[in-house]
Design a protein around this ligand. Structure first.
Ligand SMILES: [Mn+2]
Length: 341
């Protein structure tokens, strides 16, 4: 019989270091997202309420797009080569969330791997934790949902209220992020049940959704406008393609990452099976993002150009060619790919 979440939570509770001077260090994955950060901070804040000293260990500062979460700075520690040993000396337990191996933690890898006591809570199918204190549920839409179940158990074990309004909000950010506002295929009935309980505890949904999915800036909107205007449709409307030049980035004053999302809009056109955004980069390379619908395998197609990815989302790049020739080449290959399939 696999261990239930309740049993696991109790086992971990008993495993927490008896020396409360030692720090419980929480490790999210590198290139943090709303789920790993929301889960990590909810855990660290709860451990503090239980009388432990706890910090979320990061390889770099929280990115500006997640600054709306207003995470108290004293719950976070950014690792540097100079401070690494001091941080390790304080470590009483290493708790990985939304990932299970040091290799996913960037610059924090060694701090986690060297830990004597390790706990893992993750929802990635490929997860391969090397500790008997691990709970992995690949069917959970977010890691935040698993953490909420754990914290509820700990509320019973400790008799303390742990999930206050702030913590409920951190967890809600995690669920909203990873379930795509409760719309991705991973969304389960239990995601809604947990979200309902978090709302009852004061979590916000509207502001989170705005900051996570809708908030934009002038440069990004102008860049999207230019890219949409430059869009071409080919193969009876089945292929949509557009380009983003360095000149466009400059003219619109668009920030890094501003091109994200354009390819999804193109793919969502009713006639389109495959959408491509071809982007110039500073080093002269051309980067292509591809999104597709059933009937056009993105990973398969990307392989033609030496790239790869998933069935519906893939990427590849081009070197030693100008952007217009590369766009032409992609259209030709897409046309022959459609003929073959
Ligand atoms: Mn996640």
């Amino acid at each position: 019989m696999p261990e239930t979440m309740s049993e696991f939570s109790k086992r971990v509770f008993a495993y927490l270091p008896s020396d409360k001077e030692k720090e419980i260090q929480v490790f999210p994955h590198a290139r943090v997202d709303g789920d790993c950060i929301g889960t990590a901070v909810a855990l660290a804040a709860s451990l503090e309420k239980l009388g432990y000293s706890s910090r979320v260990i990061l390889e770099c500062e929280i990115p500006p797009r997640l600054s709306f979460m207003n995470i108290p700075g004293d719950l976070l520690t950014v690792v540097s080569p100079e401070t690494q040993e001091e941080i390790f000396a304080r470590q009483g337990l290493a708790f990985a969330v939304d990932c299970s191996e040091g290799s996913r933690m960037g610059a924090c890898e060694a701090l986690f791997e060297r830990a004597e006591k390790k706990v893992v809570v993750d929802h990635h199918v490929s997860s391969a934790p090397k500790t008997e204190y691990a709970y992995v549920d690949g069917k959970s839409a977010s890691c935040a949902e698993l953490m909420y179940e754990i914290l509820k158990e700990w509320e019973i074990s400790s008799g303390k209220a742990l999930v206050d309004q702030k913590t409920a909000d951190y967890l809600m950010v995690g669920i909203q992020s990873d379930s795509g506002k409760f719309s991705y295929e991973n969304t389960r009935a239990s995601s809604f049940r947990i979200a309902a309980e978090l709302m009852e505890r004061g979590a916000n949904v509207t502001d989170n959704a705005y900051h996570l999915f809708d908030e934009t800036c002038e440069g990004k909107v102008r860049l999207h406008g230019m890219a949409m205007a430059a869009m071409e449709l080919h193969c009876d409307g089945k292929v949509a393609i557009t380009k983003i030049t360095l000149d466009m980035m400059k003219k619109t004053n668009a920030p890094e990452g501003a091109a994200d999302g354009i390819v999804n809009v193109l793919r969502d056109i009713d006639t389109v099976l495959a959408a491509f955004v071809v982007r110039e980069s500073e080093n002269g390379e051309l980067r292509v993002n591809c999104r597709t619908k059933v009937g056009f395998d993105a990973a398969d197609f990307a392989q033609i150009f030496g790239g790869g990815g998933h069935h519906r989302a893939a990427g590849f790049s081009g070197k030693n060619t100008d952007i217009d020739s590369f766009v032409k080449k992609i259209i030709e290959e897409a046309a022959s790919y459609l003929e073959k399939t």
